[in-house]
Design a protein around this ligand. Sequence first.
Ligand code: AMP
Ligand code: MG
Length: 356
Amino acid sequence: MTKIINVNPENVNEDILQSSDEIKLAGDIIRNGGLVAFPTETVYGLGGNALFADSSMKIYAAKGRPSDNPLIVHISEIDEVYDVAEEVSDKAGQLMEKYWPGPLTLIFKKKAVVPKETTGGLDTVAVRLPNHSIARALIKAAGVPIAAPSANTSGRPSPTRAEHVIEDLSGKIDAIIDGGSVGIGLESTIVDMTEEVPTLLRPGFYTKKMIEDVVGVCKADPVVFAKEKPVDVKPKAPGMKYRHYAPKGQLTIVYGNKDRVISKINELIIGHKENNEKVLVIATAETKDCYLCDNVLCVGERSRKGDIASHLFGVLREADDLGAEYIYSESFENDSLGEAIMNRLSKAAGYNYIEV
Ligand code: AMP
Ligand code: MG
């Protein structure tokens, strides 16, 4: 049985939360080796005691995640980074000061207390200080760092509401804290700080440019902005090699001039209808009425990247709920948050594009 713990998202005082019976109970479960899913500002996480090999093994099992795909360790105060990480450079210190708490994960050499099970067998550890009162109150109540990947079944779109977590993990974990919809909706930006020049491993709310504003040059792993399925590149982070965020239907991104995109998608819709295939379109507020299709899901206004980011995973799940066999999505400009949106969308589509 998975216990559902409701926390009113308006009730955001971290100190009050931390001493509430429910958060204390959830903290106890984690400290003692159980699993609790909880909201963060990015997506829902599936948390276990980061210092217990067993807890991390349970996380992999519940998600069906390959155990060489490392977990992110969540802390509740900046200083706690020194409990789990070795060699925190000056540049890392500057990033922490500027962007923590927030959606930024930094990679360091790990301390011996962090078991290899938590780090997917690596000598490095990924650390994040979330900017979410429920998440931080839970970490404090647990009294240990919390290892938490996204709280979805491996490969499915990440969960942005407790209902998504219930869908994937109910019956497999001890508790789920329902704190409403998350704010950002895309996972954290990941930057490897183990070498002199930092390397962006995953774009997120904080863009490459925002990292460079603080530390100067930041490289990007070639996989990050790939427009094609990367072949024969050895990804720096094991997690980067797995298919991700994918809906069950076959997703294709159509890009190019707006009118041509609309006509191309409409042409494809007609073809699928003739074959009695269930088709769905992911569109924007500006274009949602332009498609000859009963199933059009709107991710928001094109100019409001924050809205698109926060709706994207939910829309991909809705496409599954509607039983879509073929899904066509418009494409988004690769600026600012668009960098992270296109990274997730490309992976969800298995790098399936049509240029018009
Ligand atoms: P998720 O928690 O589902 O967002 O996935 C966590 C991701 O963090 C993994 O898939 C990796 O890409 C990345 N990660 C975690 N730990 C490390 C590490 N030590 N080195 C590189 N990447 C890491
Ligand atoms: Mg994930």
